[in-house]
Write a protein that binds this ligand. Structure first.
Ligand SMILES: [Zn+2]
Length: 269
C-alpha cells in the first residue's frame, strides 16, 4: 500500500533574512542587540513603525543568556527621522545593548555577520547557494567527466545516507520502514533538499516520489541530462544499513524531464 505524505497543505518558502539584495538606496541594515522579552521586542518594533520606517527584512537569533540579536533591513524613504537619530533613539532604550549598521558591499548587498551559525532545531546546518549548487553538480561533471563526477557524488551521498541511518539508529530504539521514511522526509524537507510525496513498497522494491529535488533542479536551465547521484547515494547508504544488504537505486522519473515527481526505485536484490 502506498504511503502518501500530505499534499493538500499550503506550503511557503522558509526564508532566512540575511544576505539580501538592496532594493533601493534608502535601505539600510541594522544589528540590534537587546535583552530579550516579548515586551522589549514589541517596544522596539513599535519605535520603528511609529517613525514611518518600512521593514523590508526581519530576522532574529536564538536567545542566549537572555540576549537576542534582531537583524533588520529597513527602508528610510518615508522615515520621519534620520538614520543617526534613529540609532540614538534605539540606543536610549534601557533594554538595548548595542546597535550597529550592518555590513554592505558593492552598494548592492546587505548582510549580517552576527547571524551565525545557522541552526535547524539544535543542529548546525550549512546552506549551499546557487553558485555552489551548480559548482557541485554541473562543474564537477565538466571537470571530472560525467562518469567520475556521478561516481564521486554517489559515494559522498552514500556516506551521508549511512550517517543518517546511524543517527536514527543511535537515537531511537525501535523503528520501521515508515518511521525511516518519515525521518528522511523530515531531514530532506527541513534542510531544503526536496519533499517526499509518497512511497510504496512493492515486494522487493520501494518506489519513492520526491518533489522539487534541488539536485535535479540545478539542471533546469542546462542542456545536460539530469542525474541525482548524490540523492541516489543517500538512499543507497540509508537502505543498505537498514536491510543489511546491497541495494540498487534507480532514478526512473524526473521533474526536469516533465514527470510530476522525481521517482526513485530502491531495489532489494
Ligand atoms: Zn530528478
Amino acid at each position: 500500500m502506498a504511503v502518501i505524505f500530505r499534499t493538500d497543505i499550503i506550503t511557503l518558502p522558509a526564508e532566512i533574512h540575511n544576505f539580501v539584495k538592496k532594493r533601493s538606496q534608502t535601505e539600510v541594515g541594522l544589528n540590534i542587540f537587546i535583552e530579550y522579552s516579548v515586551d522589549n521586542l514589541k517596544d522596539l518594533l513599535d519605535i520603528l513603525i511609529s517613525k514611518g520606517i518600512a521593514l523590508s527584512h526581519l530576522d532574529w537569533t536564538k536567545v542566549v543568556n537572555g540576549r537576542l540579536l534582531l537583524f533588520t533591513v529597513i527602508d528610510l524613504e518615508r522615515s520621519t527621522v534620520s538614520l543617526e537619530d534613529l540609532i540614538s533613539l534605539i540606543k536610549d532604550k534601557e533594554y538595548v545593548l548595542e546597535v550597529t549598521k550592518a555590513d554592505e558591499f558593492l552598494d548592492k548587498f546587505i548582510y549580517s555577520r552576527h547571524l551565525f551559525p545557522i541552526l535547524i532545531g539544535d543542529d548546525r546546518v550549512v546552506a549551499i547557494g546557487p553558485p555552489m549548487m551548480e559548482g557541485i553538480i554541473l562543474y564537477s561533471r565538466e571537470l571530472l567527466g560525467e562518469a567520475a563526477s556521478a561516481n564521486l557524488l554517489y559515494h559522498i551521498g552514500y556516506a551521508m545516507g549511512k550517517s543518517l541511518y546511524e543517527y536514527l539508529r543511535d537515537n531511537v530504539d525501535r523503528w520501521e520502514l515508515e518511521d525511516g521514511m518519515r525521518f528522511l522526509d523530515a531531514v530532506f524537507s527541513s534542510y531544503g533538499w526536496g519533499r517526499l510525496k509518497s512511497y510504496v513498497k512493492n515486494g522487493d522494491k520501494i518506489i519513492i516520489n520526491v518533489e522539487d529535488l534541488w539536485e535535479c533542479e540545478v539542471y533546469k536551465d542546462s542542456n545536460e541530462e539530469p542525474k541525482a547521484s548524490l540523492f541516489e547515494g543517500c538512499l543507497a547508504g540509508f537502505f543498505e544499513q537498514f536491510y543489511e544488504k546491497r541495494v540498487i537505486v534507480r532514478h526512473t522519473g524526473c521533474t526536469v524531464c516533465g514527470d510530476e515527481y522525481c521517482i526513485f526505485e530502491v531495489i532489494l536484490p
